[in-house]
Structures are given as C-alpha cells and as structure tokens.
Design a protein around this ligand. Structure first.
Ligand SMILES: [Zn+2]
Ligand SMILES: [Zn+2]
Length: 69
C-alpha cells in the first residue's frame, strides 16, 4: 500500500512528494541525504509542524503558541 505521491526519506524521515534521489537502493529527499549529510530541504525544518498540523505548505507560523522544543 504505497502512496504514489508521498515518500519518506530514509535518512531524515522527511515526507516529500518530489522525485527521490536514489542511492544504494534507498530513497532520499535530496542529494545531501543520499550522501549521508545533513538534509538541505527547506521542508525539513517545517516537517515537524506539518506532521503535527496535518497540512503542508502554509504560511510559516511564527509566534504561534507552541511549547514544543
Ligand atoms: Zn532526507
Ligand atoms: Zn532533504
């Protein structure tokens, strides 16, 4: 049961929907992850919020009351 338009990076766990970078049979969200480096995707920083709120691509919610650190 795969979702066609959503993948999970095997390195950083980021949910992404663009073409994966494939290395050693694993799928990564970006070149950096494929090389074992730190993820460079802008989405990565917001991934936590996306997961929590169930919505992607929104205005960055700065100043919102989230005691999540
Ligand atoms: Zn990644
Ligand atoms: Zn990435």
């Amino acid at each position: 049961m795969d979702r066609n338009d959503e993948r999970v990076c095997e390195a950083c766990g980021l949910l992404y929907d663009w073409d994966p970078v494939i290395a050693d049979g694993s799928h990564f969200c970006c070149d950096a992850c494929a090389r074992g480096q730190e993820c460079t995707c802008p989405e990565h920083a917001e991934a936590h919020h996306v997961r929590a709120m169930g919505s992607r691509s929104g205005a960055s919610i700065l100043g919102a009351t989230q005691g999540e650190l």
